[in-house]
Every structure is written in structure tokens, then in C-alpha cells.
Design a protein around this ligand. Structure first.
Ligand SMILES: [Fe+2]
Ligand SMILES: [Fe+2]
Length: 262
């Protein structure tokens, strides 16, 4: 039986549902993407949001996100991006974000797979870092289930994406993460966000895949941020026994065109 995961990334929500970010009503775009993805087949067994949840990092924005997720989905998980507040995530989502740890991460088992969410938020910085303690936690999680095929979720891609301005704000300790993953061949996939475009790379044996934003897209190349006028979307990951398949699904057309300058 196929286990279906919906990855939603980089919604950059604002506390007011009608508020615009770069001329895009980010909340309406988020709901449109969810509705469109729901029409692509049977329901999702798990929904995972890979960061940059609240562009304004306000508590009210996380409350808006929570209302939306609870209304739509039975089972969801969130990890922070650079645009996030761990404190508000914990306050608004206490049952899934915990209260006592320094990081907002998760490790769950599903359909014979292990799903691990990593927190790469580095306060005050656009770039990210996993950190020594969380890497040690990850190593223990992987050591505990060497036979379970594993997906890692992390906001910042752990490899260069070939776009200079984005690679300057990437994952600072990517090499340390690579060393941990190199000792865990069961890690088959690393799903990320942050870059607001589709990307495919490798971290050792694992395939690295970035998802589009549910709001605004960036051109995958260039020296500076330029908005890409293509529709927003999300990633579907299907787990079937030890096999996986994935695809990005976008809205059929661009409804809201962002301001030209990023
Ligand atoms: Fe983002
Ligand atoms: Fe980001």
C-alpha cells in the first residue's frame, strides 16, 4: 500500500490572510496549492512543511497556519526555516514541536520508513546550521534503525544548488551532515526547501530534492534573486515498500505575478 506524503515549503505566510508579499497573497496561494494537490489523487497520509512558514515571524501567523492545517489534515509535521520563530512554533504547535529541546525536529516511523526532520534555523542568519548536538542526535536516530529506509527533511539544502547568491546562504555545516549521512546508507532522500525552485542533487548515496515555494519562485540561476514567473506548487512523495517516487505539482497557471525585484 502506497504511503503518500505532501511536502509544502516556503509559504512565507503573513498574519493577515489577505496580506500581500511582493504583490502575492501568500495565504491564498498556500490554500490554492493545497487544494490543487489534494485533487491529484487519494488523500495524504502525512504532510510535512519544510520551513519559512511565517515571513513576519509573528505568533498570529503560526495560529493562522495551525487553523489551516488542522482543518485540512490529520497528521502534519513542521520544521523551521530561516524565516521562523522556534518559540512561537513551540507555543502554537506544542504537541509536535516539543517544549524542552533546543531544536524543533522530529523522528517518526511510517510504512516501514523513518522520517526525520532537522532544524537548520540559525537565529539572526539567513544561512543555516544543523549544529553539533543535533548531528549527534541524528547519528543516534540513524544508528537505531539501520534497516529502515530513511528520508531527511531540512530547510537548507545540504549541497550547493549552483546558484551563487543562494549558495552563499546555504547550510554552513553541510560537510558535517554529509559525514553522518555517509555512514547511513539507509538515507535515501533529503527533501529541502529554501531555494524556491526545483532542484536535484546528491549527498553521498542519498538524492537531494528541493521543492518549490507555495508562494513565489526564484530563477534557478543568476547572481542575484530574480522572481521566476511560473506557478507555485508542492512535492508529492510516495513510499511503496522499499521504493519511492516523487514529483512536483504546480498550479495550472500563474495567478499572482510577484513584483519584479526580489
Ligand atoms: Fe523561503
Ligand atoms: Fe529560507
Amino acid at each position: 500500500m502506497t504511503f503518500r506524503i505532501l511536502q509544502l515549503s516556503d509559504p512565507h505566510l503573513l498574519s493577515e490572510p489577505d496580506a500581500l508579499h511582493r504583490a502575492v497573497p501568500v495565504y491564498r496561494s498556500f490554500r490554492h496549492v493545497i487544494r490543487h494537490l489534494e485533487e491529484q489523487g487519494p488523500g495524504f497520509d502525512r504532510v510535512i512543511l519544510t520551513g519559512d512558514l511565517a515571513h513576519d515571524e509573528k505568533r498570529e501567523t503560526y495560529e493562522l497556519l495551525r487553523r489551516t492545517l488542522v482543518e485540512k489534515f490529520l497528521n502534519f509535521r513542521i520544521i523551521p526555516g530561516n524565516h521562523d520563530s522556534r518559540d512561537f512554533m513551540r507555543q502554537v504547535f506544542p504537541e509536535i514541536c516539543g517544549t524542552g529541546r533546543d531544536r524543533v525536529n522530529f523522528s517518526v516511523e511510517a510504512a516501514g520508513w523513518k522520517l526525520v526532520g532537522l532544524d537548520s534555523h540559525l537565529p539572526g542568519s539567513v544561512s543555516g546550521r544543523v549544529g553539533r548536538r543535533q548531528l549527534e542526535w541524528l547519528r543516534q536516530e540513524l544508528d537505531a534503525s539501520p534497516g529502515a529506509p530513511t528520508v531527511l527533511f531540512i530547510h537548507h539544502p545540504p549541497v550547493p544548488v549552483g546558484c551563487p547568491w543562494l549558495d552563499r546562504i546555504g547550510l554552513e555545516d553541510a560537510e558535517h551532515l554529509r559525514l553522518v549521512v555517509a555512514e547511513a546508507p539507509q538515507v535515501q532522500l533529503v527533501l529541502c526547501g529554501h531555494v524556491h525552485h526545483e532542484f536535484r542533487g546528491r549527498l553521498g548515496e542519498a538524492e537531494v530534492l528541493a521543492a518549490p515555494s507555495t508562494a513565489i519562485q526564484f530563477l534557478p540561476r543568476g547572481e542575484s534573486p530574480v522572481f521566476d514567473p511560473i506557478p507555485p506548487g508542492a512535492r508529492i512523495l510516495e513510499l511503496d515498500g522499499s521504493r519511492w517516487r516523487t514529483r512536483v505539482v504546480r498550479l495550472p497557471e500563474l495567478i499572482w505575478v510577484p513584483d519584479r525585484d526580489a
